[in-house]
Design a binder for this molecule. Structure first.
Ligand SMILES: [Fe+2]
Length: 135
């Protein structure tokens, strides 16, 4: 089941990073699909694991990329990433301690990240680097 379609608006034009961003869309679709199929436990386990891997691998990759390219706002951007990592850790802990609302909040935040972060904050560095001829 595809609930969220990848769109041109999410694209930065940096193939490696776009490929990683697509994983986030896939992860959300997989979560909804597994829920729909009645596999709630697996859905949650996969989502938490996939998101953790994503945050560790992709965010670090992007931060290194921005720094290597000399993007002047990379430190500020990094702070936004750290906020997501912190939110993940907190919501996961709350969920594992028996608060189902924490998981819903985490999923909702991940969904909104596509539009608030990728479409705006990430696009900003891609545009900057393109204008400067760095990508
Ligand atoms: Fe980012």
């Amino acid at each position: 089941m595809v609930l969220i379609e990848w769109s041109k608006e999410l694209e930065l034009g940096i193939p490696e990073i776009d490929q990683q961003h697509r994983k986030l869309v896939e992860m959300l679709n997989e979560f909804y699909t597994e829920l729909e199929e009645g596999h709630q436990k697996e859905a949650v386990e996969h989502f938490l694991k996939n998101l953790e891997d994503y945050l560790n691998f992709h965010l670090d990759y992007e931060e290194k990329f921005m720094e290597e390219k000399g993007y002047p706002e990379s430190q500020m951007h990094k702070k936004t990433h750290e906020m997501f990592k912190k939110l993940y850790a907190e919501e996961k802990e709350r969920y594992l301690n028996g608060d189902p609302k924490a998981l819903r909040e985490l999923v909702a935040f991940t969904f909104s990240w596509l539009f608030s972060h990728i479409m705006k904050t990430d696009k900003k560095y891609a545009q900057y680097l393109r204008e400067k001829g760095l990508i």
